[in-house]
Design a protein around this ligand. Structure first.
Ligand code: BGP
Length: 472
């Protein structure tokens, strides 16, 4: 639909930016922090760094928050490293780790920046992993106790809470991310059992949040993106429908409605992947209710009907580790209408609008985007980073938020990835996303100096005009 006049962004719109603990903090073993599955990783894709120093935000958070304030952020979405708070996952609390996030949150609040706290962003404590990780139901209890500590410590400072970042990506691409490991025979069944336990953990943490912090708001943070059929062949449309249910709605239906999406459940049963559901689990799932939906969006996916053989599988761009397609279910297809970024990821601003519409249409809960952004090989030259390609990407996506608002979708915030350069989940330090450049190479830490990119100044004036400068 085209509008003669677009709706304005709400006056209290949360213009923000995002990071996650393991990608930005560094200081991986400082001040009593325990190892996470990310720290325990020994293998990284050729030519890419580990996460041990990252952007050294742990030591430079005050300088970074001052820059975020200069950027004009109204909100900052970050994650807490579970292993700083409870180093072995379910034992004693580490006061120094607790203090770090108090200091960070206090610094944000002092600058008028709303903290949006993710409890768990891929970095499961290694000790819990060695006891079976999410396949072990004890991890559910450990997560709930961890969330209790967070509510007790930060509950009077933090209003917006996110449970689990991209649970769906951990299940679908856990090996690439280095999170949810499972191997051999029964691998997928094991993953969907882990998935079920994460749903239980999330539901209990949401219920506990409402019990302990009646003023707070909490929601899930999956990666949601619209699925296109490669053609109007009804078989392609059915495949798109199937994949939409399994990739997207399975996760939001559980979070919002506390029940398994019927089509996704049929897929699990058909393939023998269905998790064991204990007595009482369904009640637990029903009792967890989100106040909003946070979601990450990078690009849509295009799929066709399966041909039933290995030609269904397609590698995403230069990203050898991410394979699209599942033999017998759907075929990964290229979308000839979309440009690609330097890593072969599709760029699809209009798909962002259809994704927002679809989520709103299904759940009618307020939306916040907690990730969206462009990974690129930025160049620091003469003290400047001219990242006009990032400005274009962000402008085009923010325009779609305004269109979605005009469509009647309720969106209350936008936190692009990333506030500052950090280490990509599986493509190293050279793949940059931030508004602020961090001077380091893949293996040479240089001086880690911060430099404002051109996108920094662009986003600042956009925030300053509450989105008004989009029209200029
Ligand atoms: C999301 C993750 C982020 C971040 C982002 C960009 O899946 O939640 O942690 O890494 O993707 O992905 P990448 O770093 O692989 O480019």
């Amino acid at each position: 639909m085209k509008f003669k006049q677009l709706k304005e962004f709400p006056a209290d719109f949360l213009w923000g930016a995002s990071t996650s603990a393991y990608q930005v903090e560094g200081a991986w073993d400082a001040d009593g922090k325990g190892p996470s599955v990310i720290d325990a990783r020994t293998e990284f894709p050729a030519g890419t760094t580990d996460f041990k120093v990252a952007a050294d935000h742990y030591n430079r958070y005050a300088e970074d928050v001052a820059l975020f304030a200069e950027l004009g952020l109204k909100a900052y979405r970050f994650s807490v490293a579970w292993t700083r708070i409870i180093p072995d996952g379910d034992g004693a609390v580490n006061q120094k780790g607790v203090d770090f996030y108090h200091n960070l949150i206090d610094e944000l609040l002092e600058k008028g920046i709303e903290p949006i706290l993710t409890m768990y962003h891929f970095d499961l404590p290694q000790v819990l992993h060695e006891r079976g990780g999410w396949a072990n139901p004890a991890t559910v209890d450990a997560f709930v106790e961890y969330s209790r500590v967070l509510y007790r410590e930060y509950g009077n400072k933090v209003k917006y809470w996110l449970t689990i970042n991209e649970q769906n990506m951990m299940i679908l691409h856990g090996d690439a991310i280095g999170t949810t490991h499972a191997g051999g025979e029964g691998r997928k069944r094991d993953l969907y059992q882990q998935n079920h336990h994460m749903f239980l953990a999330q539901a209990r943490a949401m219920a506990l949040c409402h019990d302990q912090l009646p003023e707070a708001k909490i929601g899930p943070a999956p990666n949601i993106s619209n699925i296109y059929a490669a053609s109007c062949d009804p078989e392609d449309v059915l495949a798109a429908d199937d994949w939409n249910a399994i990739r997207n709605w399975l996760y939001l239906d559980l979070a919002v409605r506390g029940s398994y999406h019927p089509l996704a459940w049929a897929y699990l049963v058909e393939n023998g992947y269905e998790p064991t559901i204990q007595d009482g689990d369904l009640d637990v799932l029903k009792a967890g209710r989100p106040d909003f939906i946070a979601f990450n969006y990078y690009a849509t996916q295009t799929v066709g009907a399966s041909r039933g053989d290995a030609t269904d599988l397609k590698i995403r761009g230069s990203d050898q580790q991410i394979v699209r397609g599942e033999i017998g279910l759907y075929r990964g297809e290229d979308n000839p209408h979309l440009p690609k970024n330097a890593f072969g990821w599709d760029i699809d601003p209009a798909g962002f609008r259809t994704t927002m519409r679809a989520i709103w249409d299904r759940y009618r809960l307020p939306l916040i985007i907690t990730e969206n952004g462009l990974g690129a090989f930025d160049k620091l030259e003469n003290g400047r980073v001219h990242d006009d390609y990032r400005i274009d990407y962000l402008r085009q996506h923010i325009e779609q938020i305004q269109l979605a608002l005009s469509d009647g979708v309720e969106v209350f915030g936008y936190c692009p990835w990333a506030a500052i350069d950090l280490i990509s989940t599986h493509q190293g330090a050279a793949k940059r996303y931030g508004f602020i450049h961090v001077n380091r190479d893949e293996f040479d830490l240089l001086d880690l100096k911060r430099t404002k990119k051109d996108s920094f100044f662009w986003y600042r004036s956009l925030i300053d005009s509450n989105g008004g400068s989009l029209q200029q």
